[in-house]
Design a protein around this ligand. Sequence first.
Ligand SMILES: *Cc1c(COP(=O)(O)O)cnc(C)c1O
Length: 381
Amino acid sequence: MSEPFLPFTRPTLDEETLAGVVDVLRSGWITSGPRVAELEGALVSRFGNDRRVLCYAHATGALEESLRATGVGPGDEVIVPAMTFAASANVVVRVGATPVFVDVGLASRNLTASAVAAALSPRTRVIMPVHFSGLPVDLEALHALARRHHLIVVEDAAHAIGARYRGREIGSFGDLVCFSFHANKNMTTIEGAAISLPAGQSEWVDRLERLRFHGLRKAEDGSYDVELAAGKHNLSDVAARVGLGQLKHLDEFNRRRRELAGHYFDRLGTNPWGLVLPERGDEGHAWHMFTVLVPFETRGFGRRQLQERMREQGIGIGMHYPALPPLTLYRSLCDWHPGQFPNAERIGRETITLPLFPAMTEAEVDRVCRVLGEVLGGGGA
Ligand SMILES: *Cc1c(COP(=O)(O)O)cnc(C)c1O
């Protein structure tokens, strides 16, 4: 194999960031401190002074504590898309509430306000949309629905840092917006997250601060009281320094992701295999991933074989995600039967994730498309 292996994603960390991390390590203060405050401030600068930003150790914890901060618990229902990562639904179960799944669009992978409206019950407290692969959901319709029914919208924006909805950055408006800075996301702190919420929601802010660090409340004299048996979700300064280096390049990273996605559309837009390409969106799409549906029943082989054959040709492809309702934990919760969530179930069976990351080249997109075509074989169904 002459060409280097092409993974489906890879972080881009520049020398300035690496040197900055070493500085933090040498500084004598390596856990939560000035760099975390700086990252939170930098995100407030992006989102606006009417927002408050709290960094967390991971988006899973940020989502879970966001639910807890709004008082969601046993007996409550939270609307979650049937196509998302397990974390989105697990956090609902972990606070004692019940996830109620709704189907998503086949190309958008996003839930719609009308699907959510049909799933509401007197127990619904929260709607948790996921901006799948960085394509914003229709927040205007969702917020209107939420206002009508006195619901809170907790956005799982794990894929959507830097994305824009009708020109407004995701995180600059809305109730609670949770970003992930996991290594695979559009910007990283290795592991990490941030919650953006209205600065005026002082009760939520206060609870999220307690929930982030052992439930402590510090007094003026340096003593502290414990008010609740909280866990621990703080981000370290070392991680925050990685994030500061990443944030500087975020818009350029996302612009590059969009260009490369555009090149995939040029190459795969007309194809003989019946591939279903993702919804293209507008320039606000953050292109966290480029996912494609492959009609395997017309190919005579499955996703596993496709992945193996691509790997033999030096290309890594991912799978995001299986539909959630058929999985063991959720089956009984939603009384799942095959066909209940037709789009999510089909996406779960057919989806593959093609390589997409800022350091990729157009030539590498060409190579992925060429090898994919060779592996899929003769055209037509
Ligand atoms: C990555 C991801 C999460 C969890 O993020 P972590 O920071 O790894 O905890 C949640 N939801 C979705 C949709 C994700 O992709």
